[in-house]
Ligand binder design. Sequence first.
Ligand SMILES: *[C@@H]1O[C@H](CO)[C@@H](O)[C@H](O)[C@H]1NC(C)=O
Ligand SMILES: *[C@@H]1O[C@H](CO)[C@@H](O)[C@H](O)[C@H]1NC(C)=O
Ligand SMILES: *[C@@H]1O[C@H](CO)[C@@H](O)[C@H](O)[C@H]1NC(C)=O
Length: 289
Amino acid sequence: MRAHVGLLYLLVHVLANARGQYDLCKSLVSTDEGAVWEHYACQPKAQAMKEYMRILVEPPGVTCGNPPERFCTLENPYLCSDECDASNPDLAHPPQLMQDRERSGLITYWQTVTWRRYPEPLQANITLSWNKTLELTDDIQITFEYGRPTVMVLEKSLNFGRTWQPYQYYADDCWDAFNIAPRRARDLTAANVTHVICTEQYSRWVGSKNEKVVRFEVRSRFAIFAGPRLLNMEGLYTRMESMKGLRDFFTFTNLRLRLLRPALGGTYVQRENLMKYFYAISNVEVLAR
Ligand SMILES: *[C@@H]1O[C@H](CO)[C@@H](O)[C@H](O)[C@H]1NC(C)=O
Ligand SMILES: *[C@@H]1O[C@H](CO)[C@@H](O)[C@H](O)[C@H]1NC(C)=O
Ligand SMILES: *[C@@H]1O[C@H](CO)[C@@H](O)[C@H](O)[C@H]1NC(C)=O
């Protein structure tokens, strides 16, 4: 008889040092070689949180298709034959398309109205709520079809949306948009890992097909403590407990994307064709526990 049919599991919390929720857990597992201890951290498993998030898009009416509207793309600005129509399932782009799994391989996305009201700003807020306190375990990745915004802010709330704080600024020109010096997450150090930065890395025009993702870099911040390949996660967990504000930095109950200026195709706004300016998001990936 194979030993692990009659497995003996023994769960032991090792409370040797005060590590809060990162107490080491180990279980005694009987195998063909005899009983061995398996060690792991006692904490919930990281999960893809997009399946559980509630999405609120503001202002009302910013989602395209009501009334139906034609649009074109920055790369094909004179072929404005695409249509968004909320009443036609094949042409509608509702918010839930940011969180669907796209199993069929077909990319589906939420899309806004075009910038027909220029020079009034084209802005939208996307508020993501979980009604639960979560801790990031990987980069947040937001995938934009047809170009990434030239200006946006990621905000977070720690108290279910009562108050908000900036999490990261994104702009093609940080000085111009926010009066902040541009920084890269990979240049952060242990001394300033929890600083809120403005990055220009995801906002410059590189063609809409080349780079679609805007990141909030969690892995490069973890790497400061866990090493470049994140092999020393214990080192990170120890810091999470001892360094003031570090755990809080990765913790949130809600996230908000403030889209402040759409992709412009690397040039100024061309008033004669405003149908090529809009936002479209196909995916929001949030891995957390
Ligand atoms: C987005 O939310 C902010 C508060 O975080 C608010 O000041 C702003 O008016 C909202 N923008 C839109 C377009 O609803
Ligand atoms: C949020 O969670 C609390 C407690 O778990 C529950 O009582 C409440 O109904 C939830 N609210 C929403 C909007 O889901
Ligand atoms: C963090 O510190 C490093 C090293 O001193 C520096 O290069 C980087 O610009 C700093 N970043 C911020 C956001 O202050």
